[in-house]
Design a protein around this ligand. Structure first.
Ligand code: SF4
Length: 374
């Protein structure tokens, strides 16, 4: 089912590793008005399709006053066929969480909280430049559960410099002790032009090797499996009934409408991305000028994207449904994958095994079609 994404491009401070689009200025009402304008202008792009999810991402959407969130949800309901039981997620940072805020978000229509925890250690949080501390992270989890949210998730980061398996295990144990129904765990990567990138180039920070990160990934999978959380996507783990509907719709190639600076949209054939600059976005929306670029995907692009996202999921990808003879072209490669224990083929559906998930991106790109293959 299609989804709606709203990018709230403001943060209290910049985290050292982050390359998302955000500004550390105060939340600016004119920009939120421009986003409403964009939603009104573009709502027809989803046609009459039922909308199964709304996702407030960023940036830091929990900086918005709850009434602003309620207004966006109301507008979406007025313009789109939002399902009565739609999943409506708000990304929130621990320093914005209080019992009052949580009650107000629930009243506004939020059904799921995605908590930007990242770590339960003060030294790591300081190093990452996060605005919260470990006590706030733990307290927020307690408050979310008490506020009656049945679905919520936390983010954790592994692969940090000098992180040991014992440290990572302790982080996972703390998360599990707090009964999280869903976890997104990301390996730290050095993105160009971030503060972390600068520190690594200046040799102020030395990143761990692939072996350490890979061992932590194995530990993560093992721990979650024992605790009964399914790895339904490479970085995402859920108890039964708690998969993220919104993110799952991206991975299964559903259309989505992305609103706000830097937001991406996909309508089944075209990918479009808004300018990642608040001032330029605002000026262009107000002037009625283009604030986006777009690319018409070829059939080959769509097949390659389905391979890239599908192979990251537990269900894998139905090669026969891709519309090209991917199975025929890559029969010996796929046979080798299966005999190495990196993949399994059920009918025409290829899924990666635990061992194969370490190499998901490389395997997908090995299976890519070239433009000349068609
Ligand atoms: S709060 Fe989130 S979006 Fe903002 S800088 Fe930190 S990681 Fe990036």
């Amino acid at each position: 089912m299609p989804g709606l994404y709203l990018h709230i491009p403001f943060c209290r401070k910049a985290c050292t590793y982050c390359d998302f689009h955000f500004s550390t200025s105060a939340v600016r009402e004119p920009l939120l008005h421009a986003m409403e304008h964009e939603l009104v202008q573009r709502s027809r792009e989803l046609g009459d399709a039922p909308v199964g999810s709304i996702y407030f991402g960023g940036g830091t959407p929990s900086l918005l006053p709850p009434e602003r969130i309620a207004a966006f949800i109301q507008l979406a309901n007025d313009l789109l066929r939002v399902q009565r039981d739609a999943e409506i997620t708000l990304e929130a940072n621990p320093d914005d969480i209080s019992a009052e805020q949580l009650a107000a978000w629930r009243a506004a229509g939020i059904t799921r909280i995605s908590l930007g925890t990242q770590s339960f250690r003060d030294d790591r949080l300081r190093w990452m430049g996060r605005a919260h501390d470990a006590a706030q992270a733990l307290a927020s989890i307690g408050l979310i559960a008490k506020a009656g949210f049945t679905s919520w998730t936390i983010d954790l980061i592994y692969g940090l410099p000098q992180m040991t398996l014992a440290e990572w295990d302790e982080q996972l144990a703390i998360a599990l002790d707090h009964g999280m129904p869903h976890l997104s765990a990301y390996c730290l990567t050095v993105e160009p032009r971030t503060a972390l990138d600068h520190q690594v180039r200046k040799r102020m920070v030395s990143m761990p090797g692939d072996d350490a990160q890979s061992a932590q990934f194995d530990q993560l999978i093992e721990r979650m499996e024992v605790a009964g959380l399914e790895q339904y996507e490479i970085s995402n783990f859920a108890r039964s009934g708690h998969r993220s509907r919104h993110n799952s719709s991206y991975w299964s190639g559903e259309p989505y409408l992305g609103i706000g600076p830097s937001a991406h949209s996909y309508n089944g054939t075209t990918r479009r991305w808004n300018v990642a600059n608040n001032a330029r976005y605002l000026r262009a929306v107000e002037a009625g000028e283009a604030y986006w670029e777009e690319e018409l995907l070829t059939a080959t692009d769509r097949i390659n994207e389905a391979l890239m996202t599908g192979l990251r999921t537990a269900e894998g990808v139905d090669l026969a449904a891709l519309g090209e003879d991917v199975l025929g072209r890559h029969r010996s490669y796929i046979q080798a994958l299966v005999s190495k224990g990196h993949g399994q083929l059920l009918g025409s559906r290829l899924a990666l095994t635990k061992a194969g998930r370490h190499f998901a991106d490389r395997i997908a790109s090995d299976l890519f079609l070239d433009a000349d293959d068609r």
